[in-house]
Ligand binder design. Sequence first.
Ligand SMILES: [Zn+2]
Length: 454
Amino acid sequence: MDKRLGTLIDSYRDEFVAKLQEWIRVPSVKGDPAEGAPFGTEIGRMMKLAMKTAEEMGFSVRAFDGYACDATLGDREDVLGVLGHLDVVPVGDGWERDPFGAEIADGKIYGRGSNDDKGPTLAAMYAMKALKEAGIPLKRSIRLIMGGDEECGWECMRYYSAHAAMPEIGFSPDASFPLINTEKGMLGFELRFPAEKDGLQILQLSTGERTNVIAGESRALLAGGEELAEKVRGYASETGLDYRAEVKAEGVWVTAVGIPGHSAYPEGKRSAIGMMLKLLKALGARGGIAVLADAVGLESDGKSLGCACADAVSGALTNNMGILRLESGAWFATLDFRCPVEADQEQLMEACRAHLPGIEVRVSTRKAPHHVPADSELVSSLLAAYEEESGLKGEAMSTGGGTYAKVLKQGVAFGAVFPGEEELAHLANEYERIDSLMLAMKIYANALVRLAAE
Ligand SMILES: [Zn+2]
């Protein structure tokens, strides 16, 4: 990279860290709407702080009624977009430090938002500052767009798109390096079927609240006594899986203990719902439960649903049953498919229905995949910037999750978690290495030069 840029960025370190601390100290979790602050007063306060930071750097700044704001360098008609967000998820349990204290220890800065997404967003803003101070002439303006509702409903980007021209090309520093150019499509199903009068009687079962979570534990109350509990223990030793049974006056409580996770990343996880289905069928459950045990069970690839498929750019389809519950004599369950880019969603819907006889299948979510070719100007420039600054091998990746980048027609996710670093977004004790953020800033500056300099 341009020597001047490198020197400038190194000189920003202390100022950047102090500013990021200021940003982290605003607890910008979504709250009740207030005047000019549709996502609550704290996100409103954060939005103002971000605009002030950008104004101090000399960018032209626009506010979008508390939904979003942007900061622009240059006055070219063609615009390169950079998309970050200022909201954070709620704190959750397990913190050993003040989640909004922005404490620094061992070269790390701790706090909600340090990694998702205030650290990377501010690093991108400082990269723009470096280009500005180095006086690099631009062929494309660079516009940092900061949303206030990424973690909830992306209301921010809908509002922004309705009130401003969304750039066609750009990146979002809200995921991992090297780069994510492929997001699988999504297909969500709701399944309904009546409880069965014959076979094993299931009295209570309610597992899961969200379709995109792999359940870690599932409990059910079954009609029966010690004999049934013995069968459960026998099934546990036969399969080597973690099942427990407890005989109570009201029946047998059985528990299946799996390995929880996000439905888009089933590798190394085990669905407690899938385990429960298998157990219930082994104990004599009939009807829809037996059908699901065979058609879904412990599979996360959709094979027995006739839906297994894969392509070179996005990998294999994944499936998860996130919810299974019995409510007043009827069953409700969900399936969450993350589909390869080239998959025919109509065909998947048909296959799913055909493999679930006796079950009412309704499509509840449908999202098209997003893909920017690996040989495009955008992807090749970003990967070259990454390789040059980090010395690491660049490679375009696919995800089953959703990133902010797909708001842009030609958008990819680019950083800022480096390979081998802990993924701490949304977890307790979220932190970001200061060295990593400084390296990310250099990568972003390098990328901006490649994509926007004359
Ligand atoms: Zn994020």
